[in-house]
Design a protein. Structure first.
Length: 421
């Protein structure tokens, strides 16, 4: 018989412990984001396809083959998709709500699932989660620095060690065009030696050849002078990039200036960066981002620069050291007989109201197996109520960690618990 309980290819089930870790990451990230004065927004998972096509770029992997389409059974005129990333979506939100009319500078963050139909492997899923940040309305290199520092601070707070910051500048749109043209000129004689994907990229998106992981492509681009010297940058873009680097230097932030870093989304201009970890395999970026100074203008007629990044929660989880996880119950109530159960159930409510993580048996098990359950579920204390205890208005309080038990009067139980906890 075909199993009907298999998850969708490329999705991931978080266990109880993993969900705890996930939430812990989100909490720590939010703490830092708040400190940096970024404001949270929650946007839909569903978007119109064209939000992404024009912004991410028609020749990118995401747009060419990874977008999941959603179709209502009786409706097929509107192309709705599962969002593959958040930047284009935040820009859509920003423009649709004319945020620029009331705020000429905005700092947003969002946390949620993204969807890309990629071939799954370690660190690469079809549904994954972003902690994303977008700062809209400034070209200042200090904002570039803040964005990079913020990404690093969040990772530091979460406990990600041994991360490497890689940084580059793609220049303005004109620089990018010149850069692409020069790459074509320089590589024209080597075109047939490129891998199959880069052969296609040569005409459509030559910058992407620079970050190809194939050895033969790396060898070909390795010695391109234009890249090493960043001579494709215009004066203003070079000055801005140098400022970003100066600010990072002044704060003793280590980085690798990686001239081959180009990113896989078309909207990027100027500063781009990735934070990588050696603990990950081929998919080694824990997070990445950069400027997108033309995107808002491309989708509207308003010229507003912006910058942002996104961290991949699943990748963070892969590189984290062991995390302390506790699913301890403070008090478990074990009862003998129906009347004791009533008493126990009422005590359970009071315990919960007083903030104790507490539970009771729901399966009419023997006292022995109730105690076994309590032990298995790491209960610190068990309160036992049987016919004798009912009669005398006392409870047996058993300390499971220290292995002793005492009789406690019903009206003194909270005092005793607080004393022992
Ligand atoms: P991205 O590089 O496509 O950038 O994604 C950011 C991060 O999401 C990656 O560095 C990685 O950690 C994680 N990630 C990406 N794809 C997957 C996947 N298939 N499975 C698991 N994790 C994945 C963006 O999406 C841009 N919107 C970031 C940005 C914001 N740029 C400016 N603002």
């Amino acid at each position: 018989m075909e199993k009907t309980y298999l998850k969708v290819y490329g999705t991931y089930d978080f266990s109880v412990k993993e969900t705890f870790i996930f939430n812990n990451i989100v909490e720590k990230a939010k703490k830092i984001l708040k400190r940096f004065s970024y404001k949270e927004i929650i946007l839909p998972i569903l978007e119109k396809e064209n939000v992404f096509i024009r912004s991410i770029g028609t020749t990118t992997d995401i747009v060419e083959k990874q977008i999941f389409m959603i179709k209502r059974k009786d409706e097929d005129d509107e192309k709705i998709v599962l969002r593959p990333e958040g930047t284009a979506q935040v820009v859509r939100y920003y423009l649709e709500n004319s945020i620029y009319k009331t705020n000429d500078f905005s700092k947003f963050f969002y946390i949620g699932p993204m969807f890309r139909g990629e071939r799954p492997q370690k660190g690469r899923l079809r549904q994954f989660h972003h902690i994303g940040v977008e700062a809209v309305g400034s070209k200042s290199p200090f904002l570039d620095a803040e964005i990079i520092i913020l990404a690093l601070k969040i990772l530091e707070e979460i406990g990600v060690k041994d991360k490497i910051l890689e940084i580059n500048s793609l220049g303005c749109r004109k620089d990018k065009e010149n850069f692409s043209k020069t790459i074509r000129e320089k590589l024209i004689n080597k075109k047939t030696e490129l891998c199959k994907i880069c052969y296609e990229r040569f005409d459509k998106n030559p910058l992407r050849i620079l970050d190809c992981k194939e050895e033969k492509c790396r060898e070909i681009v390795k010695n391109l002078d234009i890249i090493k010297e960043k001579s494709y940058l215009c004066k203003d873009c070079l000055v801005d990039y140098k400022k970003v680097i100066d600010i990072l230097n002044s704060l003793n932030i280590s980085y690798v200036d990686n001239p081959f870093l180009v990113r896989g989304l078309d909207y990027y201009t100027n500063t781009v960066f990735e934070i990588t970890s050696k603990k990950l395999g081929a998919q080694n970026a824990i997070g990445a981002g950069g400027r997108y100074n033309n995107l808002i203008k491309d989708l509207s007629d308003i010229d507003i620069p912006a910058i942002g990044f996104a961290l991949g929660i699943e990748r963070i989880m892969l590189v984290l050291d062991k995390i302390e996880f506790s699913d301890k119950i403070d008090v478990y109530i074990a009862t003998i007989g129906e009347s004791a159960k009533y008493k126990g159930f009422s005590l359970l409510s009071k315990l919960r109201e007083n903030g104790f993580i507490s539970d009771i048996d729901f399966r009419d098990k023997s006292i022995k197996s109730q105690l076994r359950y309590a032990q298995k579920n790491n209960a610190k204390f068990v309160i036992i109520i049987g016919p004798d205890e009912l009669k005398n208005n006392v409870f047996i309080l058993k300390d499971m960690e220290k292995s002793f038990q005492v009789n406690v009067k019903e009206d003194e139980i909270f005092l005793k618990l607080k004393e022992l906890c």
